[in-house]
Design a protein around this ligand. Sequence first.
Ligand SMILES: *[C@@H]1O[C@H](CO)[C@@H](O)[C@H](O)[C@H]1NC(C)=O
Ligand SMILES: *[C@@H]1O[C@H](CO)[C@@H](O)[C@H](O)[C@H]1NC(C)=O
Length: 481
Amino acid sequence: MATPISTIFLLKFLLYSALLSSKRGLAFQGRKTALSTPSTLHNVHITSLMPSSVCSPSPKGDDKRASLEVIHKHGPCSKLSQDKGRSPSRTQMLDQDESRVNSIRSRLAKNPADGGKLKGSKVTLPSKSGSTIGTGNYVVTVGLGTPKRDLTFIFDTGSDLTWTQCEPCARYCYHQQEPIFNPSKSTSYTNISCSSPTCDELKSGTGNSPSCSASTCVYGIQYGDQSYSVGFFAQDKLALTSTDVFNNFLFGCGQNNRGLFVGVAGLIGLGRNALSLVSQTAQKYGKLFSYCLPSTSSSTGYLTFGSGGGTSKAVKFTPSLVNSQGPSFYFLNLIAISVGGRKLSTSASVFSTAGTIIDSGTVISRLPPTAYSDLRASFQQQMSKYPKAAPASILDTCYDFSQYDTVDVPKINLYFSDGAEMDLDPSGIFYILNISQVCLAFAGNSDATDIAILGNVQQKTFDVVYDVAGGRIGFAPGGCE
Ligand SMILES: *[C@@H]1O[C@H](CO)[C@@H](O)[C@H](O)[C@H]1NC(C)=O
Ligand SMILES: *[C@@H]1O[C@H](CO)[C@@H](O)[C@H](O)[C@H]1NC(C)=O
């Protein structure tokens, strides 16, 4: 007899063939130089735009907090990048990024208030077009089970449930670098039963009602057409570090997993809702975490939990309150942008109409149409001495730097309510396809009411602090290299 879970398997999710190219991603080594540079410009060495093929990790501080090393999935510091032929090209990554943004939009459009009714209903994965999470391109390694198995995960502030591929992969597991987690070999693993109230939490944690198979609670989470995970809802021991171990950590033990996660064991959900790692570790860390995304794929950053005696003075905070429209997401108030020291004339209502979230998994920041056209006009005007290059996917403002040793790039500052500000690192301004196609790493939404997103390119090198309990998010420059 078919279990309810099999209904999910009927979904014809697609071909999973977007991971074709072995074209290596280029890295941008933003290096600020030249004391004579006016403060409204970055003077950037072109050689620093060139990709590095060797890993040079950021130096580690003597941090007492639980700190994990953050690695770019496709860079030389990642063992996953040895999966030749599986890394998407830089252009493909942009296309995937648009899919992720579409999925965020569709989740925000859903009414979250229809929860409640769970038992007997099925996990239904909408077959709406257009999303993958393939762009969640930063990974960390943590331990799961007893004995502990080290597994590498994408981390994602835009979703809550943590899941890993699990033996016996009843339906499908994609290729991953490390051996797939085997619950029957972990003495601390237990299933969550359908009758447990914990099972009901999946509704808010995944957006889908749980299902039931042989009295085991079944989760299903989709990130869009090409990416989903379905399996048993379970708990086991999670070792973030050797000293920070959480018994009974709730996660998905995936029996049917598809998508652009290839190489990694699964995903760690750092959203603000119930089942996220942030919520499950709240007693120990007080819902405080921070990360730094490195400027290039050949450097490393960190993901740290807890305050360990206070956050640095350099961190400037802006409010981030719960928004019932998207309870997993971290909203903030972007209010203005400047380019080369000149504030854009974009009115504050343009930003407040759309609203803004910060997301670790979206690559390119999205702005309301008016804000983006103002930004682009000012940037193009200040970059007018450089030859333009063809647009690339969602990026329409690209330059050919092949004839230059250094370029002067106008600074871009983002301003948030209550005085928080980001003076973007050069690595946070450009997305580089190659030296003759270097693009402004922002894109405009087509609809003025679509949410704006602070993407991960712009967050590079900042210490980004999520003080979830305090209802605020902060930024400090120079968090990593
Ligand atoms: C978890 O539940 C599934 C489905 O009922 C079952 O096949 C599996 O053996 C269970 N695992 C454990 C450790 O109980
Ligand atoms: C840069 O990329 C573009 C588009 O992918 C390509 O046409 C061009 O040949 C590349 N240039 C170099 C120098 O690799």
